[in-house]
Design a protein around this ligand. Structure first.
Ligand code: EPU
Length: 419
C-alpha cells in the first residue's frame, strides 16, 4: 500500500509550474468523439482521470496516442460504438460526458452511471432534462443510462434549475450537432466550461456566450480535426497558493490565468498573505502567521468548492475564528474528522465549518477521503509538527500531476513510500 510521508515544519520557496486543467481535459477528451478528423490536444495533465477517459475512448474504437507527456492525439473518426458500460466508466464522475458526446454524434448513448468523489447525493436530473428537451428519450436501467433519438437531436430552449458544471457541459455537447439553435440559460461559468466551448469552436462548432449566464449553440452537421491547448488548472494552482500561504515562504505559481484565481487571491490577502499577480503567474509570500477569515463557496466566479478543504486547513492554524460555508455540495466535510486527528478545532453545523485556529497541527496517520481532501491533508502535513502519513493516495493521483515532486521542489519534506 502506498502512503505519503510528510515531515512538517518546512517553509515553501521557489517556482511551481501548473499542469493543464483536469476538469477541462475530462470534458474535452469525450468531446473528441464528435469530431471527424484528428485532434491534437496540448497541455493535457498526466493524471489518472485523464488516463481512464482516454482509455474509454480507445475501448470505443478511437485511435489514442500520447505524442509527448502532455500532448494527446485522438482520432475518433472510425468509432461506431455508442455503448460504454465497462467498470472503468463507473470509476470517474466525468464519464457522464460520454452521454452528451455520444448523443451528439450518434443520437444514441448507453453509459453506466458515474462514480467519483462522494459528497452526498450527486443527481443528474438536469443532464437528463437537457437531453429530453433536445428530443432524446432517456431511461435508466439500474445503473445504466440509455438515451436515444430516432433522428438528429432538435435544438431547444433549456433553463437549468441549478447552476451545474456537468449539466451545462453535457447540454452543450449534445446541442453542438443538433438541428437549429439551442439556448441554455442559468449555465455554469467555470473556466473549464469556457475552455470546452473554445475547443468545440476550434473544431468548427458555433458556441457563443460561454462564461456568461446564457450559451447559444447553432448546431452544425460536422466537426473537423485541429489542435487545441487546454487551460491551466485553476484548482491545482489554488492548492499551491494555499500551501505557500499556510506554510509560509515565497512561491511563484507559474503557467496560470491569474484572473481565475481572483476569489482565492482576495481571501489569502485578507488573511495576511502578500499576493502579487503577473501576466501568467502569481507570487504568494507569507510568514505563515495568518488570521481567520470567513469563506462561502459558490459557482464561478465565487470561491471554488474544490478549494474549500485546502482553505479550511489553512484556517485551522490561523489566528482566531473562521466560518466556512459550503454553498455547492450538500456534504463536503468528511475530511474534517481527519484534520481533527491532527489537532484542528472545527465544529460542523449544517453546511458550515466553524474553525477556531490552533497554534500548531500535529502529525498523524490520516486518510484521503476524496481528491481535494487528499490535497488538504498534504498541506496539513506540511504545516504540522512531526510526521504525517496519508493513506488512500488513489484519490490524489486522480487529479494532481507529480504532486509530491512539485511539493518537494518547493522544499517540502514529502516522500511516497510503498509498504
Ligand atoms: N446538481 C443537481 N442536478 C444535476 C447536477 C447537479 O442538483 O443534474 C447539483 C449538485 O448536487 C451540486 C450542484 O448542482 O449541489 C453543482 O454540481 P455540478 O453539476 O456543478 O458538479 P459536477 O459537474 O458533478 C464539477 C466538478 C467538481 C466540482 C463541481 C462544482 C468535474 C469533473 N467535476 O462536478 O470537481 O466540485 O463541478 O464546481 O468537472 C474536483 O475536481 O475535485 C471536483 C469534485
Amino acid at each position: 500500500m502506498e502512503k505519503l510521508k510528510i515531515v512538517g515544519g518546512t517553509k515553501l520557496r521557489g517556482n511551481v509550474r501548473i499542469s493543464g486543467a483536469k476538469n477541462a481535459a475530462v470534458a474535452i477528451i469525450p468531446a473528441v468523439l464528435m469530431v471527424d478528423g484528428v485532434c491534437v490536444i496540448e497541455n493535457v495533465p498526466h493524471i489518472k482521470d485523464v488516463l481512464v477517459i482516454a482509455d474509454i475512448l480507445s475501448d470505443l474504437g478511437a485511435k489514442v496516442k500520447w505524442l509527448q507527456d502532455d500532448v494527446l492525439e485522438i482520432d475518433a473518426t472510425t468509432v461506431n460504438n455508442y455503448i460504454a458500460t465497462d467498470d472503468k466508466v463507473r470509476s470517474m464522475r466525468a464519464s457522464y460526458y460520454l452521454l452528451g458526446a455520444l448523443l451528439g454524434r450518434f443520437h444514441m448513448a448507453t453509459v453506466r452511471l458515474p462514480g467519483g468523489c462522494n459528497f452526498g447525493e450527486r443527481p443528474i436530473d438536469q443532464h437528463i432534462k437537457s437531453f429530453e428537451a433536445l428530443r432524446a428519450s432517456v431511461n435508466i436501467d439500474y445503473d445504466i443510462v440509455i438515451a436515444k433519438s430516432e433522428k438528429r437531436l432538435k435544438a431547444t430552449h433549456i433553463y437549468l434549475d441549478v447552476v451545474s458544471v456537468g449539466a451545462t457541459i453535457n447540454a452543450m455537447l449534445a446541442a453542438c450537432m443538433a438541428e437549429g439553435t439551442t439556448i441554455i440559460e442559468n449555465v455554469a461559468k467555470e473556466p473549464h466550461v469556457v475552455d470546452l466551448a473554445n475547443f468545440l469552436n476550434t473544431m468548427g462548432a458555433s458556441v457563443r456566450g460561454a462564461g456568461t449566464d446564457t450559451i447559444r449553440i447553432r448546431g452544425v452537421e460536422k466537426l473537423h480535426g485541429g489542435t487545441y491547448s487546454i487551460i491551466p488548472d485553476q484548482i491545482e494552482a489554488g492548492t499551491f497558493m494555499i500551501a505557500a500561504a499556510a506554510a509560509g515562504g515565497d512561491v511563484l505559481v507559474e503557467n496560470i490565468i491569474p484572473q481565475h484565481m481572483d476569489s482565492l487571491s482576495a481571501k489569502l490577502s485578507e488573511s495576511g498573505a502578500i499576493v502579487t499577480e503577473f501576466e501568467d503567474s502569481i507570487r504568494v509570500e507569507s510568514n505563515g502567521m495568518l488570521k481567520g477569515v470567513n469563506v462561502k463557496t459558490r459557482p464561478y466566479p465565487g470561491f471554488p468548492t474544490d478549494l474549500q478543504p485546502q482553505m479550511v486547513t489553512l484556517l485551522s492554524a490561523a489566528r482566531g475564528k473562521s466560518m466556512v460555508t459550503e454553498g455547492v455540495w450538500e456534504s463536503r466535510f468528511q475530511y474534517i474528522e481527519e484534520l481533527k486527528r491532527m489537532g484542528a478545532d472545527i465544529v460542523i453545523a449544517d453546511n458550515r465549518a466553524i474553525i477556531h485556529g490552533v497554534d500548531r497541527l500535529r502529525g498523524a496517520t490520516v486518510k484521503a477521503t476524496d481528491l481535494r481532501a487528499g490535497a488538504c491533508l498534504a498541506i496539513a502535513g506540511i504545516i504540522a509538527e512531526g510526521t504525517t502519513y496519508i493513506l488512500d493516495l488513489k484519490h490524489i493521483d486522480r487529479g494532481y500531476q507529480n504532486f509530491e515532486e512539485k511539493l518537494t521542489s518547493l522544499g517540502a519534506n514529502v516522500v511516497r513510500i510503498d509498504e
